[in-house]
Design a protein around this ligand. Structure first.
Ligand code: COA
Length: 317
C-alpha cells in the first residue's frame, strides 16, 4: 500500500505589514470592530515587484529544504491560487521555471480558499496510485491586488502570502484521507469578476459576508463529521486543528464542535488575515516551525471558500 506523507513545509509572508490602525486611516473602520468580528489584527501586503509565483517560489524552496530535497526531485507541481500571475500559463508553470524543475506536470487549481486542500487531495491520489513520488503543493495569493481598498466590508479581511508542502510516497500514512466538495449554486456569494466575464465591473473581491459566514459554520461542521466517520476515529484523537484562517469566530465554532481547546488550534488569522489558499499551508508551516506540531501527531485540516468549495484532510504528520 502506498501513502503520501508530508516531508517538508515552507512559507513566505511579504515584509510589509498593514495593521488595523493603518486601515483606520484608509476606510471608516476601527481596530475594535475588525478584532471583534474577525480576530484579525494585521496582515502582510506584497511589494510591487512581488507576484504570486515569487512568493510561491520562496515557500517552495523552504519546503524543499525542510524535506532535504532539491528541485530536481519533484515530479508534480500543483498551485492553488485565485490570483494567478497571468490568465495563462498557469502560475504552476511559472513556478516550475523559477525552480528549473522542468518536465513534470504543473498546473493550477482554482478552488479559492479551498485550493490548497483540493491540491493536496489531487497530489495524494497521484502518489497513492504510483504515478508521482514527490509532489510540491503550494497555496499562494496576491489578494491585495484584487481588494477594493475603499470597501471596508472586504478590505480589512485579506492578506498576501504563500505556503507549500512536499508530499512524498511512503509505506505509512501520511495523508489518511481527503474530502473535497463544491456547491456552485452559491457562486455569487463570494467572487471576483474578471475582464472577460459577463460582469461589467472592476475585478475586485465581492462578498455577502453574513451569508457566507452562516453556510461556512454549518458546512465545516458537516465535513468534520464526514472526516471522522470515514476514518472511524473519535474527535478526541485529533491533536491539532489546522483550519482555513478566515475568521476567528468560524474557527472557534469548529474547535467547539471537536471539543478541542483553542490551544490545540493553529491560529495565524490574527497576524495573516485571510490569505485564501495560502492560509492552511502557512498555518501548518507555522505550527511545525514553532515546534507545536510533532511527528506522529494527528492533524485535521479544513477549508471553506468561494465556489462554494470546501474540503478537509486527516493527516498523520
Ligand atoms: N468596519 C466597521 N464596520 C463594518 C465593517 C468594517 N470594516 N465592515 C462592515 N461593517 C458594518 C456593516 O456596514 C454593518 O453595518 P450596519 O449594521 O449599519 O449595516 C455591520 O458592520 C455588520 O455587518 P455584517 O456584514 O453583518 O457583519 P458580520 O458580523 O457578518 O461580519 C464578516 C462581517 C465579513 C467579518 C463576516 O460576515 C465573515 O467573516 N464572513 C465570512 C467570511 C468568510 O469566511 N469568507 C469565506 C472564506 S474566504
Amino acid at each position: 500500500m502506498i501513502y503520501s506523507r508530508i516531508a517538508g513545509t515552507g512559507g513566505y509572508l511579504p515584509e510589509k505589514v498593514l495593521s488595523n490602525n493603518n486601515l483606520e486611516q484608509m476606510v471608516d473602520t476601527s481596530d475594535q470592530w475588525i478584532l471583534e468580528r474577525t480576530g484579525i489584527s494585521r496582515r502582510h501586503i506584497m511589494e510591487d515587484h512581488e507576484t504570486t509565483s515569487t512568493m510561491a517560489e520562496a515557500a517552495a524552496r523552504q519546503a524543499l529544504d525542510a524535506a532535504g530535497l532539491t528541485t530536481k526531485d519533484i515530479d508534480m507541481i500543483i498551485v492553488g491560487t485565485a490570483t494567478p500571475d497571468r490568465t495563462f500559463p498557469s502560475t504552476a508553470c511559472i513556478l516550475q521555471h523559477r525552480l528549473e524543475a522542468y518536465g513534470c506536470p504543473a498546473f493550477d487549481v482554482g478552488a479559492a480558499c479551498a485550493g490548497f486542500i483540493y491540491g493536496l487531495s489531487i497530489a495524494d491520489q497521484f502518489i497513492r496510485n504510483g504515478v508521482a513520488k514527490r509532489a510540491l503543493v503550494v497555496g499562494a495569493e496576491s489578494l491585495s491586488r484584487i481588494v477594493d481598498w475603499t470597501d471596508r466590508s472586504t478590505c480589512v479581511l485579506f492578506g498576501d502570502g504563500a505556503g507549500a508542502v512536499i508530499l512524498e510516497a511512503s509505506g505509512q500514512p501520511g495523508i489518511c484521507s481527503t474530502h473535497i466538495h463544491a456547491n456552485g449554486f452559491y457562486n455569487d456569494l463570494l467572487y471576483a469578476a474578471n475582464h472577460i466575464g459577463e460582469l461589467k465591473e472592476p475585478a475586485y473581491i465581492k462578498m455577502q459576508g453574513n451569508g457566507v459566514f452562516k453556510i461556512a459554520v454549518k458546512t465545516l461542521d458537516d465535513i468534520v463529521d464526514e472526516t471522522l466517520a470515514y476514518n472511524n476515529i473519535d474527535k478526541s484523537e485529533i491533536d491539532w486543528l489546522i483550519p482555513h484562517q478566515a475568521n476567528l469566530r468560524i474557527i472557534t465554532a469548529t474547535a467547539k464542535k471537536l471539543d478541542l481547546p483553542m490551544e490545540r488550534v493553529i491560529l495565524t488569522v490574527q497576524d495573516h488575515g485571510n490569505t485564501s489558499s495560502a492560509s492552511i499551508p502557512l498555518a501548518l508551516n507555522h505550527g511545525v516551525r514553532t515546534g507545536k506540531i510533532k511527528r506522529g501527531e494527528t492533524l485535521l485540516l479544513e477549508a471553506f471558500g468561494a465556489g462554494l468549495t470546501w474540503g478537509s484532510a486527516l493527516v498523520k504528520y
